[in-house]
Write a protein that binds this ligand. Structure first.
Ligand code: HEC
Ligand code: HEC
Length: 279
């Protein structure tokens, strides 16, 4: 039995003496499509899809055996997106969940670059299938080292341009994107675990995501027709066919792994958000 089912049963039991209408039904959990599977292989397949749409495979490599993200910039140091096939051999599920939701590592004082600030929003069911998929990996390659920063890298950090992940987790939590009610809740959920990583927790855009690269307020999506949005999300080509610096590659690699229904929901939420009266 899932922990949250148990919690719900206990809560219902505790409420059994209060009048009927006070025990309001728990709203259905919002998850990616296809999360409500029960057999182990379907759960693992769902977790595998999540590693694609959430970008784990972009940073940790398609085989999840890890890579140095600062390969091109050794003057700053070396930050490995870890070899996850090795990590899952010694971490418990609880430790993995602490890393993914809190940016808290069992041994290291700080965690860097790993986008736990958005993964904290993953539903319990999506998180379980992600962990089930990680558990299904066979160990490969060798363990990757913890981050190492050069003097220049440390200077970059102390200038406030790079924050420890745990700090970002609380920043993101305190500034969520606008809630447009149940009709748009699914789209809001999906953007909170994907787009928010680069467009900011409230989707209003980020200055200097990388030196010289800004992301726009996702109000821009309001100017897209649904077919143009589909083209951006599945092929990386924006309206007007311009060449994008980063978004094109990100979209092409990650967002074809959304279901069409999920892309509908992302679009509907962003469109409704863009049409809010300015205040
Ligand atoms: C933007 C790049 C990026 C993305 C996307 C990303 N990670 Fe990471 N991840 C990292 C980096 C870098 C580290 C090492 C951070 C450190 O040690 O300070 C890391 C560390 C981890 C760790 C801790 C490993 C250890 O060495 O103990 C786990 C577990 C993990 N990532 C899982 C995931 C999962 C699962 C996803 C997708 C849901 C994901 N990561 C997405 C960059 C990324
Ligand atoms: C890994 C970072 C990253 C993620 C994740 C990301 N974006 Fe972007 N996005 C960018 C950057 C950077 C730009 C600025 C354009 C460029 O790449 O040069 C951009 C631009 C855009 C644009 C404007 C395109 C135009 O017409 O100029 C739209 C629309 C957009 N993103 C939608 C999304 C949506 C929707 C999501 C989530 C489903 C998302 N992005 C997730 C980095 C990201």
């Amino acid at each position: 039995m899932r922990a949250w089912t148990l919690a719900l049963l206990l809560a219902t039991a505790a409420c059994s003496k209060v009048p009927e209408k006070a025990s309001a039904a728990k709203p259905a959990e919002i998850t990616f499509d296809g999360a409500e599977v029960t057999n182990a292989s379907a759960l693992i397949a769902h977790g595998n899809r999540l590693t694609q749409v959430l970008g784990c495979k972009g940073c940790h490599t398609p085989a999840l055996t890890g890579a140095n993200l600062l390969d091109d910039m050794p003057q700053f140091g070396a930050v490995y997106a870890s070899n996850l096939t090795q990590v899952v051999r010694h971490d418990t599920d609880a430790q993995l969940e602490q890393i993914l939701r809190r940016g808290v590592h069992p041994d290291r004082k700080q965690l860097w670059v790993m986008p736990s600030e958005v993964f904290q929003n993953l539903s319990p069911t999506d998180m379980s299938s992600l962990l089930a998929y990680l558990r299904s990996l066979h160990p490969a390659g060798s363990p990757t080292p913890p981050p190492r920063f050069t003097k220049l890298g440390m200077k970059f950090i102390s200038s406030g341009k790079l924050h420890p992940v745990a700090e970002l987790v609380s920043q993101y939590r305190s500034k969520p994107s606008v809630d447009l009610g149940p009709k748009y809740a699914f789209g809001r959920y999906l953007t909170s675990v994907t787009c928010a990583e680069c467009h900011g927790s409230d989707l209003t855009g980020v200055k200097d995501l990388e030196p010289g690269l800004n992301t726009p307020n996702l109000i821009v999506a309001g100017g897209y027709s649904r077919p143009d949005f589909e083209r951006l999300m599945t092929t990386g080509v924006p309206v007007g066919g311009r060449k994008l610096k980063l978004m094109g590659d990100v979209a092409r690699e990650r967002f074809p792994h959304f279901t069409p229904h999920e892309r509908d929901a992302v679009y509907a939420y962003l469109k409704a958000r863009a049409e809010l009266p300015a205040d």
